[in-house]
Design a protein around this ligand. Sequence first.
Ligand code: HPA
Length: 249
Amino acid sequence: MGHLAIIGGSGFANMAGLEINASYAVETDYGRPSAQLIQGRLAGRELVFLPRHGTEHGIAPHQINYRANIQALHNAGVEQIVALAAVGGIAEDCAPLTLCVPDQLIDYTHGRDNSFHDLDGAAVTHIDFSFPYSASLRIQLLEAAQGVSLAIRDGGTYGVTQGPRLETIAEISRMQRDGCDLVGMTAMPEAALARERGIHYATLAFVVNWAAGKSEDLIGMDQINANVDHCSADIQRLLVSLASRLPSS
Ligand code: HPA
């Protein structure tokens, strides 16, 4: 499998443990990505890192230029993307601090530029999206977790909301009836754009709060930030384990 990129989400504007070799600003036909592309080594393997919300976490989910991000990675020769995502837990076994590699998603977003095909002038193409995540990259993530004895939920449906506000209790109830286990704001259109560019894509989700109405408490940013911090060491271990399984570069 080819060149790996990690897209960092909330709490991952930098990647601890990444030996940075270079960072470079790029421009694409779709505009500028969220930040400079960071080229570095993790466990001795070359990879590219891109913080989805920018280096200062200043770009909200609905403002991200997803097309520029995916195009920039594609232009850099990236063939597989691990997308980190802080999410809310809907299913009973998705309590805060749970790690999960979802296998399905439902898109509730609107108004985002969600295809490359409206600019490149090519004939209308309908990508197959029955399985939105790469089966092989999902397995690599699950094996990497197993390799460092980390518990991880194999599969689940990630419901992608527009944000930036969190959901109402009624919205979460509806999403649960729809079959969502997790709720987040960034997997779409990111996953579909990666598929359009032929890039393997999988999400490594980490639960940072119970979704609205799933606990007695309202959701606070302090709690979310504290749980992001709690998860970060495990995620870093998992990513080192993943990188160390790649062929040496
Ligand atoms: N809803 C949507 N996105 C999120 C949440 C949530 O509860 N937590 C973290 N990202």
